[in-house]
Design a protein around this ligand. Structure first.
Ligand code: GLC
Length: 433
């Protein structure tokens, strides 16, 4: 049987997102040009100073691999239009900077050298391009005569430009595994200026080109092709309330999150997530049947800052002992006990305990179904009470009250009082066949 070349995605579950570009010099927001309606010439000054002398993508890849991630997806071009590769179709590229040379080639090689899958992010939006019309997000949205400016935009030429750039990225670097196209907003109108979606991008032909150039690539859903299924969907910085479905069927999704509420490196004012939150975000996604794409924003010198390194370290430490509760796992149809999440891989069921309960964990529906249980951290046995047995102290303490129902399918695990060392401990259940 030929193996599915896309199967890695739903198996591996965890990747690194990297936001890095000209905007990194401003060290605040990758939307700086738009948020602050910066004058074009003023924004272009960064070209003269972009010189990432500490760029070492092999180190990024090592950090990612140790953190448990199996692919890295880098912003080859973000909304400002600046290209990290020497695109032949733009004058706004790394070639114009002191660094002067391709940054994508070394990135791709570094991924492969560390055994990671290669991902690229390509912005459909391009504020620097003259044929990209003014709209709600454009840095020039408040000029006097946006219609006049837009009359000078040739949309067909813009579409051809995008295809030519996508071709460069997908033809010149060997196999690309993961593609994140960003983004569409057809319904957002500003001063009468329409938003942009599948018609503006010529999405149907764009995706056809992507698939022709890289038949095994995994592509996301942000091209506004609602009638065609994407390979994966992309909730952003929120945990869905339920498993996402399309026509009633669960879909593959990969939630994009950041370690500190910022996509790009920020000098100050970040809101770093605690190790517990970082792990919880990952586990929540897998428990819901999805993946996590966790972002870091390297500095303008090219290295990953201390805050992001610490976040990756939190994953690394936990992953070293809990990988099998994530990799190859997915959603479980059993009900998670209070304060817990479940992931499952065949007859191995993993209970991730966000709160460590006092002495007993009540698990509905699993009584009689478990052959063995252990704490994953150190493979120490976890026992359970025989069916129907009351927990110690219950007889005396609740004497005279209504008896508490103890259904046969209730599993009562006996836990040590002290919470074990892992930030989020995991109990591994071996289910009976
Ligand atoms: C949004 C933002 C963008 C970021 C992306 C990550 O679309 O525009 O800045 O790159 O989300 O998912």
């Amino acid at each position: 049987m030929p193996s599915d070349p896309k199967a890695w995605f739903a198996h591996d579950r965890f990747g690194m997102f990297i936001h890095w570009g000209l905007y990194t010099l401003h060290a605040d927001a990758e939307w700086h040009w738009s948020y602050n309606e910066v004058d074009r010439e003023e924004y272009f000054k960064y070209l003269d100073y972009f010189d990432p002398d500490l760029y070492d993508p092999r180190e990024w890849a090592r950090l990612a691999r140790k953190a448990g991630m199996t692919h890295m997806t880098l912003t080859a071009k973000h909304h400002d239009g600046f290209c990290l590769w020497p695109s032949q179709h733009s004058e706004f590229t790394v070639t114009k900077t002191p660094h002067g040379k391709d940054l994508i080639g070394p990135f791709v090689e570094a991924c492969r050298a560390e055994g990671l899958k290669v991902g690229l992010y390509y912005s459909l939006i391009d504020w620097h391009h003259r044929d990209f019309g003014i709209d709600i997000f454009h840095p020039m949205r408040n000029i006097e005569d946006p219609e006049g400016y837009n009359a000078g935009c040739d949309v067909a030429r813009y579409q051809a430009f995008m295809k030519a750039q996508v071709r460069e990225l997908l033809e010149n670097y060997g196999r690309i595994d993961h593609l994140f196209m960003d983004f569409s907003y057809p319904d957002q109108i500003y001063r009468g200026l329409p938003g942009k979606g599948r018609d503006y991008w010529d999405s149907a032909n764009l995706i056809a080109l992507v698939r022709e150039l890289q038949p095994d690539i995994i592509v996301n859903n942000r091209m506004d092709l609602t009638d065609v299924a994407a390979d994966f969907y992309t909730p952003e910085c929120f945990i869905p309330n339920a498993r996402p479905t399309r026509n009633g069927e669960p879909v593959l999704f990969e939630a994009a999150f950041n370690t500190n509420e910022a996509w790009q490196h920020k000098r100050t004012g970040t809101q770093p997530k605690s190790p517990h939150q970082l792990l919880q975000t990952l586990i929540d996604m897998i428990a819901m049947g999805g993946n996590l794409l966790m972002n870091v924003g390297p500095t303008a010198r090219g290295d990953i800052d201390a805050e992001n390194t610490a976040a990756l370290k939190a994953y690394e430490e936990w992953f070293a002992r809990h990988e099998r509760a994530i990799r190859g796992c997915g959603h479980s149809t059993f009900d998670a006990p209070f304060g817990c999440r479940l992931t499952q891989n065949g007859n191995r069921l993993y209970i991730h305990l966000y709160n460590w309960p006092y002495r007993h964990l009540y698990v509905k529906g699993l009584g009689g179904k478990v052959a063995y249980a252990q704490l994953l951290d150190d493979a120490s046995e976890i026992t359970w009470l025989p069916p129907g047995r009351q927990v110690r102290g219950e007889g005396e303490g609740l004497r005279g009250l209504d008896p508490v129902a103890m259904p046969d399918d209730l599993l009562i695990l006996e836990l040590p009082v002290a919470k074990p060392g892992a930030v989020i401990p995991v109990i591994e259940l071996f289910l009976k066949d």
